[in-house]
Design a protein around this ligand. Sequence first.
Ligand SMILES: NC(=O)c1ccc[n+]([C@@H]2O[C@H](COP(=O)([O-])OP(=O)(O)OC[C@H]3O[C@@H](n4cnc5c(N)ncnc54)[C@H](O)[C@@H]3O)[C@@H](O)[C@H]2O)c1
Length: 259
Amino acid sequence: MSGDSRGAMVIGGASGIGLASARVLAAEGYRVIIADINEGAARSAAEGIDGEVSAIGMDVTDEASVEGGLSAAHGVHTVVNCAGMSIPGVITELALADWRTTLDVCLTGMFLVLKHAGRHVADGGSIVCIASLNGRQAGAGMASYCAAKAGVLMLVQVAALELADRGVRVNAISPGLVDTPLVAGISLVPGLTEEYLENTPLGRSGRPEEIADAVAFLASDRAAWMTGAAIDLNGGAHLRRYPDIPARVKSMAENADRA
Ligand SMILES: NC(=O)c1ccc[n+]([C@@H]2O[C@H](COP(=O)([O-])OP(=O)(O)OC[C@H]3O[C@@H](n4cnc5c(N)ncnc54)[C@H](O)[C@@H]3O)[C@@H](O)[C@H]2O)c1
């Protein structure tokens, strides 16, 4: 990448937190590449953002795909990885394939992004990894996601150590409940959103733009002395407890049986 403006790649940038991050980075003058497994959505997203924004297909679970996208962007200043998903289930009922799918996207995908971003990001660049409140706060029914995100927080620290000699900073953001398509299902379980909010001292969910502002900060020189860190961005939810999702789902099923 060359030219006056800095380049940024936002992986998982077609929706939610990634899309908001692409918007904020483009507004700050970055040339942005949106990479997503949903290439069509990535293209539509890019077309909808003012500035120099392009799109590519990328599957973070496929090393050739990650390597191809990042090597083509060699010299990019900032790489943000927002790709994620979750298959819930209590441990005693969780299918091995579902455990593996979540680990593959959230943890192995982050490893592959760090591996190839670590090779191709510019000296003095920034890598921002979206972790989760669940990387430090256990949630019943969330074993694979919690384990994957806890792993992400440690991977970020190891990568920060290993890439510091090139001046590359690696940081994480751990969002709490943010209104995106990923968590749309929560509102279908009676009482669950309320339980989230009761356990959030600031009393509301987050907006994707609030995470994107932290992404832009970590990308910028204002965070020039920050690496190996994780920002809790959750309205204070890490200070209380995680909702009891299996109990809420059980009571919903019992009510449906009675009806
Ligand atoms: N929304 C929340 O409440 C919340 C809370 C904590 C952490 N997070 C994390 O934030 C990140 C973004 O989530 P979001 O809420 O914006 O979700 P989202 O579903 O709106 O966006 C996720 C994006 O990742 C893409 N993606 C999924 N699998 C991929 C793969 N294998 N390769 C490439 N792209 C892939 C999807 O196509 C989608 O565009 C995720 O890592 C998620 O775990 C979200």
